[in-house]
Design a protein around this ligand. Sequence first.
Ligand code: ATP
Length: 444
Amino acid sequence: MEKIVSLCKRRGFIFQASEIYGGLNGVWDYGPLGTELKNNLKQYWWKVIVRDRDDVVGLDGSILTHPAALEASGHVDTFTDPMVDCRTCKARLRADQLAEKNGTKQCPNCGGKDLTEARPFNLMFQTHMGASADPASIAYLRPETAQSIFVQFKNVLDVSRKKLPFGIAQIGKAFRNEINPRNFTFRSREFEQMELEYFCRPEQGMDLLAYWLKERIRFYEEIGINRKRLHILDVPDKDRAFYSKGTFDIEYEFPFGRQELEGVAYRTDYDLQQHIKSSGKTLDYFDEETKERFVPHVVEPSAGVDRTVLALICDAYDEDSAPDEKGKMETRIVMRFNPRMAPIKCAVFPLLKNKEALVAKAREVQALLRSHMNVFYDEGGAIGRRYRRQDEIGTPFGVTIDFETLGEKGEELRDTVTLRDRDSMKQERVAIKDLVETISSKIR
Ligand code: ATP
């Protein structure tokens, strides 16, 4: 994991938030490459969940949330983790994650055994709206994106005129005051979720749970996560929310252990019923054919953006060997991102930076590719080193403009370039006019 954390900082994927002030625990900033990677992930999720389907529409709800909505959902009373204090080093710890030695729980920081009784700690961030800080002005930063979907259910249904089953999807920030943020970005206090609430008739719930589990596994395969490192946990009755009739956790084998990436849960009609009770409004559905009025049930695939980005990074990290400038084999760090997810799709290199004609042609190729994909232009250093820099950030394709391109080695090679593949390191000669299609077909 250390190698991955260091690469993330060195190459600008992920930085600690407020680093120059000593950092803010459990909060992260995405650098230039991390931002591209994260955007590619969110855009692909939005494409397969919303754009490619007739039965799902989107929502972008607010982060600041009415306390009544989170009282209704149960978050104000029960969204807690059990917390203990270590009396020796004063650390605050999550009671259910403490290691035991000879049957006694221990503080992971100092090894102390003098721990307080566990007490519930609410994970929500509270704030005040407006100038006065009295209890009537309390608002919460949402702990999940799902609740605004339930609260807006009727409005979305009215404007979209969808028939059951249909879904409402959302990508956005969520906040949890985790007691022990850890494992890099895995457990953060500010993170992003990609959630779908898929509403249905009660009798469809269990089948749709199985359907969405399958779809979601396919998604992870499509973004390049190795299927062998994905696991499905059928969450047993005792660990499931009391209203859920079935929940699957999709887990990934991180270097720090097997951990949850996404929960796919059949939540029955619990959330809508709670909001009906608390708001006094009708949040139901009228079936034109059967003339029935009822409260829909819901299946929820709920994924974490940051956890998936971390899984993409861990899954892509690889070391192999490649020849250096003198032909001596050296270790090569290569991020084997699926081209669809790679932050930069293609790097463009003039063979030499002091040959005007090469540079001009390379700039032309960059301009040609730019409107189709994220490209990067690099003229500094030996070509081998430039390739290596791109391998380390997972750029799947490299295009080199050389003297052949200028027609100096025969007319038949004029306006052709070498196209290098990151994984095989093989190079092929491609006409500039065919570049866009050759690369685009592999990054869609
Ligand atoms: P965990 O048990 O790991 O705390 P959870 O079961 O509480 O997670 P959910 O409430 O089901 O998580 O949230 C759905 C998804 O949101 C999770 O699968 C995860 O990807 C993401 N998520 C939840 N908490 C965090 C966090 N603190 N940091 C990053 N992502 C998170």
